[in-house]
Design a protein around this ligand. Structure first.
Ligand code: PAF
Length: 283
């Protein structure tokens, strides 16, 4: 049986709700989201449930992580369906502040991170992005003070950045990554997949196939440059415009010259028509 989550929209109401959630010293887990929830988000909630007694999901489309040219105003917003999904998962609390609550007039603070935030992947193509993400996630962590926070591995660089930030600022939150959930044809679930036309949706799994094929070549000992060039070609031949297709150290995201340098992650970002997709794959 599902039960309706408590929905709170102001910081004082959040504090009261958290005090009562923690009354019996219950552990809490936070799943930060921008809504438009899909099965990938549901898997984050289910992982949270295995870690903590009480579940908090934040739904906030964060303007500071979008450049003026990006899709903040058209980002999918599916509030009723989101609440129904979270109710079905027995989420205890939905934190749904508005922009003024998160960024009141005069707001003048920004969390800027280096390390994994400055390795020349997403940061190269979306230079505004991590400043917005770390500022909002830093606020969500201090507002909700969860024991655990769950982030999808689909945004692999983001996962590394928020993990680093949580540690560096002693925020007392254990950040946990959750594996990417894919459609049957391999396309990683993403709220932005709704932007794809029927033809683009047919083509989109080429990203996954190219990563899988490249990982196979790397595991077999192929030269890294040749394998990456082969994968990039598969992606552009399918009709994508590539931002990057790179093999990086899975922990530091530093460039690598050989698979012997550590655990390797292939990371990709590419545009199909107007839609930019990102994905990654462990070697
Ligand atoms: O991954 C997302 O949905 C967002 O970047 C996050 C972590 C909720 C911050 O706005």
């Amino acid at each position: 049986m599902s039960r309706s989550p408590l929905i709170v929209r102001t910081v004082p109401a959040l504090r009261r709700a958290l005090d009562s959630l923690r009354a019996k010293k219950a552990t809490t887990a936070l799943v930060p989201t921008m809504g438009a929830l899909h099965d990938g988000h549901v898997s984050l909630v289910r992982l949270a449930k295995r870690r903590a007694a009480k579940l908090i999901v934040s739904i906030f489309v964060n303007p500071t992580q979008f450049a003026p040219s990006e899709d903040f105003s058209s980002y999918p917003r599916t509030w009723k369906a989101d609440v129904a999904k979270l109710a079905a998962e027995n989420v205890d609390l939905i934190w749904n502040p508005d922009v003024k609550t998160m960024y009141p007039d005069g707001f003048a603070t920004r969390i800027l991170t280096e390390g994994p935030a400055t390795v020349g992947l997403e940061d190269r193509f979306r230079p505004h992005f991590f400043g917005g993400v770390t500022t909002v996630v830093g606020k969500l962590f201090t507002q909700c003070r969860p024991d655990f926070a769950i982030f999808g591995e689909k945004d692999f660089q983001q996962l590394r950045v928020v993990t680093r930030m949580g540690r560096d600022l002693d925020l007392g939150v254990k950040v946990i990554g959750s594996p990417t959930v894919r459609e049957r044809d391999g396309l990683a679930m993403s709220s932005r997949n709704v932007y794809l036309s029927a033809e683009e949706r047919r083509v989109a799994p080429a990203l996954y196939r190219a990563m899988k094929e490249t990982a196979k070549r790397l595991r077999a000992g192929d030269d890294i440059k040749a394998a990456m060039a082969g994968g990039a070609e598969l992606i552009t031949d399918a009709g994508f415009i590539l931002d990057y297709f790179e093999a990086r150290h899975a922990d530091t995201l530093a460039p690598i010259g050989s698979t012997k340098e550590g655990p390797v992650r292939i990371l990709v970002a590419a545009k199909l028509g107007k839609t930019r997709l990102i994905d990654n794959f462990g070697v």
